[in-house]
Design a protein around this ligand. Structure first.
Ligand code: GLC
Length: 583
């Protein structure tokens, strides 16, 4: 089914008419085009871990189908599915061997179609993950290309002929030697891989490759999918004169990789060839700083719709140490400024996203809240209040709505994730402190966020009958959907209420965002304002009583939502207290 982009009538132009006050960051009024994807909350499903229907220990599409009513009950508008394409799964689907087929462990194309229809019948849109920087070395393109320099697919990849000597150094993120070139004997050449050596980078300089990619994207659009999350997209363009890494990027390979010379030509071409022809929403995994990221989403450039940045989630790690948590925590005042800064980056052009977790992150409760029995409920609700009151599209990770937390593996053998295993091998090779490394990874490793969904108190938390591919967190007897569904004040029901609040109050979607009490080291305070309506969000991120000094008079306000039964009336907040007031 082809669904061409509907041009929005002028009445859909929402004019923000907030009165400007001293120190506020938004201009008096700014036109913002309203669209479904700005107003949507996106729920991210990691299909391996959501629901296993056939007892093989791996979640699947039929499993998702059996949970459609639950997903609908959350009040969300769209889902983002991590890759469901055929893959050898060395990076859990981010190594695609066939873009137009479903991973057999997940089911069939028929299951996919049924799932898509099931979502659409419930008014939920579906965004697919698109991995376009690289494919799997088991993709037919690479299998053929790696046989001979004369293969028609040879130029679908980046090669360095061995007769020219060693290739110029490039960093690789999932390579034990951190070396981005791998020698291939049959062609006597090295191929480029920014990620694992099983993830050869696709050669976007080649128009034939690009046309094949666009064709494949149209295949999914014609099926009726509603959007794409673009994996590692900032890296697709390379300077194929292969200069030595410019000194300015020394130690900052992300910036170099995100600055390919033809990056935006390719995205604009993709927009012309595919995206502009359908009503699809796109979100870029957009590495880089504000000027770089803005380019992806500035409407005038006709590229993509939304972008997510990494600046906030990178806080609190020791530099150059594999996401090793800083024992001194993170600079909360600076962290708040990061959100304000990215909000203002998209004031007049583009649109951002709000998230604290995804499949590349640990659980948000452990990392940004407090998963101790005393505070887990309050802090989960606080983080939900935060994400769902940002001026950006919220991307909310499965399991966070019930306050799932880090599993904290003790031994390296318990891990599955290629990133963790690569980094472990690197620490080992350098004779580093492996015990310290594993302690740190209990907080930051990706597998913490990939454990099976905790549905109920039955075997494997109701995930499925077979031994799950990653163990279930042992707290599932108390932290699960079934228990929280019945409990009106549960984390789950708070999420639903907060989601309702966002949906019924456009101020949370389009309203001007103003950070207050900037130097407060415990409280995150901001207002949202739209067409005369003003809301104040107070969030105490600390485990002790803290006072918000916003200078605003709370006596005439009404509480919209709070995670304590008797919310603060004067800005003195209990541990992890979250309140939203309105005038
Ligand atoms: C992205 C994905 C991550 C994956 C990597 C390589 O960052 O989110 O999970 O490992 O790209 O595709």
């Amino acid at each position: 089914m082809k669904r061409y982009l509907l041009f929005l009538p002028a009445c859909c132009l929402l004019i923000l008419s907030c009165k400007e006050k001293k120190g506020q960051s938004r201009p008096d009024s700014a036109p913002v085009t309203s669209t479904w994807w700005k107003e949507a909350t996106v729920y991210q499903i990691y299909p391996r871990s959501f629901q296993d229907s056939d007892g093989d220990g791996v979640g699947d599409l039929k499993g998702i189908i059996s949970r459609l009513d639950y997903i609908k009950s959350l009040g969300i508008d769209a889902v983002w599915l991590n890759p469901v394409y055929a893959s050898p799964n060395k990076d859990n689907g981010y190594d695609i061997s066939d873009y137009e087929n479903i991973q057999p462990q997940f089911g069939t194309m028929k299951d996919f179609d049924e799932m898509l229809k099931g979502f659409h019948d419930r008014g939920i849109k579906v965004m697919m993950d698109m991995v376009l920087n690289h494919c799997s070395n088991e993709h037919k393109w690479f299998k053929e290309a790696s046989q001979s320099r004369n293969s028609p697919y040879y130029n679908y990849f980046h090669w360095w002929p061995a007769e020219k000597g060693e290739p110029p150094y490039r960093f690789s993120i999932f390579d034990e030697k951190a070396y981005g070139w791998e020698y291939n004997k049959p062609t006597n050449s090295y191929y480029l891989h920014y990620f694992g050596d099983f993830q050869p980078d696709l050669n976007w300089e080649n128009p034939a490759l690009r046309q094949d990619i666009y064709k494949m994207m149209r295949f999914w659009c014609d099926k009726g999918v509603d959007g794409f999350r673009m994996d590692a997209l900032a890296f697709i363009s390379k300077d194929t004169t292969w200069p030595s890494l410019p000194a300015e990027y020394n130690g900052n390979w992300v910036m170099y990789y995100a600055s390919g010379p033809r990056l935006h030509d390719y995205i604009q071409e993709m927009n012309r060839e595919v995206l502009s022809k359908y009503d699809v929403a796109t979100v870029a995994e957009a590495a880089g700083d504000i000027p770089r990221v803005k380019k992806f989403v500035d409407e005038d450039r006709k590229e993509l719709n939304m972008a997510y940045h990494f600046e906030a989630t990178e806080f609190g790690y020791l530099p150059g140490e594999y996401k090793m948590p800083d024992p001194n925590g993170y600079d909360f005042v600076k962290w708040k400024q990061v959100f304000a800064k990215w909000d203002s980056a998209f004031i007049d052009k583009g649109w951002g996203t709000a998230y604290l977790a995804n499949h590349d992150q640990p659980r948000m409760l452990t990392r940004w809240g407090n998963d101790s029995p005393e505070f887990r409920e309050y802090s989960s609700k606080l983080l939900t209040t935060f994400i769902l009151s940002q001026r950006a599209t919220p991307y909310y990770y499965y399991g966070d709505e019930i306050g799932m937390d880090n599993i904290r593996f003790d031994r390296v053998e318990q891990y599955n994730d290629v990133e963790l295993l690569t980094n472990y091998a690197q620490v080992k090779a350098k004779g580093g402190d492996l015990k310290r490394f594993l302690e740190g990874m209990k907080i930051s490793s990706r597998d913490n966020g990939r454990t099976p969904m905790q549905w109920d108190t039955t075997l494997n938390a109701g995930f499925g009958a077979g031994t799950p591919w990653l163990p279930v967190n042992s707290n599932y007897k108390t932290v699960n959907v079934a228990a929280q569904d019945k409990e009106p004040n549960s984390i789950l029901n708070y999420f639903r209420r907060m989601q309702q609040l966002r949906k019924s109050n456009p101020v949370f979607i389009y309203g001007k965002y103003t950070l207050l009490d900037k130097e407060n080291t415990s409280v995150f305070a901001y207002t949202r304002e739209l067409n005369g309506k003003k809301c104040l969000v107070l969030l105490n991120f600390k485990d002790k009583q803290s006072v918000a000094n916003t200078g605003l008079d709370l006596s005439k306000t009404k509480v919209m939502i709070s995670n304590y039964p008797d919310p603060s009336k004067d800005g003195t907040l209990r541990p992890y207290e979250a309140v939203i007031y309105e005038w």
